[in-house]
Write a protein that binds this ligand. Structure first.
Ligand code: COA
Ligand code: ZN
Length: 305
C-alpha cells in the first residue's frame, strides 16, 4: 500500500554535483545559474563545494560564488566539504548547510578523499563540532550507497551502520547517494528496510540518484512509496563527465517536478521557470542535456500540428 508524501522537498544540486563534472564554467555564470534557480521556488540549493581545486578544478572559486549570489530569503544554500579546512571556509562564506560525505565502500572513499571510512567518520565529528556553534546544520551523505564502481554490490546493512555513525557524530539529516547509477527500486527498498532495522528515522533521509542506467525516476518512485520526501536533482541533468563514457548526471530536476506535480505531489517549484533554467544550463555547458522537458516538453503542452 503506497503512501506518497503530499509534499516533496527537492535539493537542486546542479551547481555542485552537476558542474563539478562539466568543463569549467566561470564564476559569474555559476552565480547567474544559482540566482535563476533560487527564483523558481526551490528552497534548497547545493551551491558549491569547498574542496581542493587540484582535485576538482570546476569547483574553484567557491567563496567568490557564495559572496556574489543573491541570498534569497527562505532558500538554504549548501556546500559540500571533504575536511575541516573546507568546513572552516564554508562557515566563513556563511553557508546555511554543510554536507559531509563518506563512501560506503573503502575503495571509493580512498579514491575520493584519500582517507579510510573510519578516518572520514572521525573527521565528520570534528566538522560537526565546528559547525554546530556557528549555527550551521550538517548533513551526512553516504555515497556509493547502492553499489560501488570498484567493489560492486554494497550491503544495505553496512550503509545503515555508517548512517548510524553519522547520526552519532551529530548529523541532523542524512543523504544516500547512488553515485554511479547502480540503484534499482528493489535496492532502494532493501536500503530503506535496513535503515528501519537500524532504527534510523526515515524522516531525516534524503535520496540522491544518478540516471546512469535510466533508473533514477523509478528509484524516486520507490522512495515515494515508502514516504521519503527529500530528493536531490540536477537542472537539465547536468553532470556526468564528458571524458568518462557512460557517466551521467542526477535525476533531472524539471522531469522530477513534472512527474510529481502530475501525481498531485507539491514541490513549491514553478515548472516553467525551471525549464528556463535548464535552457540556461544547456547554454552554459554548450552541449545537449538529457532533459525530457527540454526535448518533449510538459505533457500538457499540446501539439500544434
Ligand atoms: N579546500 C581547498 N583546498 C584544499 C582543501 C579544501 N577543503 N583541502 C586540502 N586542500 C588543498 C591543500 O592545501 C593542498 O594544496 P597544495 O597541493 O596547493 O599544497 C591540496 O589540496 C592537497 O591537500 P592534502 O591535504 O594533501 O589532501 P589530499 O591530496 O590527500 O586530498 C582532499 C584530499 C580531500 C583535499 C581532496 O581529495 C579533495 O578535495 N577531494 C574532494 C573530492 C570531491 O569533491 N568529490 C566529489 C564529491 S563526493
Ligand atoms: Zn552525485
Amino acid at each position: 500500500m503506497s503512501r506518497y508524501p503530499t509534499t516533496v522537498s527537492i535539493r537542486e544540486v546542479g551547481p555542485r554535483d552537476g558542474l563539478q563534472n562539466e568543463a569549467i564554467v566561470p564564476v559569474a555564470a555559476r552565480v547567474a545559474l544559482i540566482d535563476a534557480l533560487s527564483g523558481t521556488g526551490l528552497a534548497r540549493i547545493e551551491a558549491v563545494s569547498f574542496v581542493s581545486p587540484t582535485a576538482i578544478p570546476p569547483m574553484a572559486g567557491a567563496a567568490e560564488v557564495m559572496a556574489a549570489i543573491e541570498r534569497r530569503p527562505g532558500v538554504a544554500y549548501g556546500a559540500l566539504v571533504p575536511n575541516l579546512r573546507g568546513a572552516r571556509d564554508a562557515i566563513a562564506a556563511a553557508v546555511d548547510e554543510i554536507e559531509v560525505v563518506v563512501s560506503a565502500s573503502e575503495t571509493h572513499n580512498l579514491r575520493n578523499v584519500r582517507q579510510t571510512v573510519a578516518e572520514s567518520l572521525g573527521g565528520i565529528a570534528d566538522v560537526v563540532a565546528l559547525a554546530r556553534p556557528a549555527g550551521v546544520a550538517v548533513e551526512g551523505i553516504v555515497s556509493t550507497a547502492f553499489g560501488c564502481p570498484y567493489e560492486g554490490d554494497v550491503a544495505p546493512e553496512r550503509v545503515a551502520q555508517i548512517a548510524g555513525h553519522l547520526i552519532d557524530a551529530g548529523c541532523t539529516t542524512l543523504g544516500f547517494g547512488d553515485t554511479t547509477g547502480m540503484a534499482t527500486p528493489t535496492r532502494v527498498e532493501a536500503l530503506l528496510d535496513a535503515l528501519v532495522t537500524a532504527r534510523v528515522d526515515l524522516g531525516c533521509v534524503g535520496l540522491h540518484f544518478h540516471d546512469t542506467r535510466g533508473t533514477a525516476l523509478a528509484n524516486v518512485l520507490a522512495g515515494l512509496e515508502r514516504g521519503i520526501a527529500r530528493y536531490d536533482a540536477s537542472i537539465g541533468g547536468l553532470g556526468g563527465c564528458p571524458y568518462a563514457p557512460g557517466a551521467s548526471g542526477n535525476v533531472v530536476t524539471e522531469d522530477l517536478v513534472h512527474m510529481l506535480h502530475d501525481m498531485g505531489i507539491a514541490t513549491g517549484v514553478d515548472l516553467d521557470r525551471l525549464i528556463a533554467c535548464a535552457e540556461q544550463a544547456q547554454r552554459l555547458v554548450e552541449r545537449e542535456l538529457p532533459s525530457a522537458m527540454l526535448h518533449a516538453g510538459p505533457r500538457t503542452r499540446l501539439a500544434t500540428r
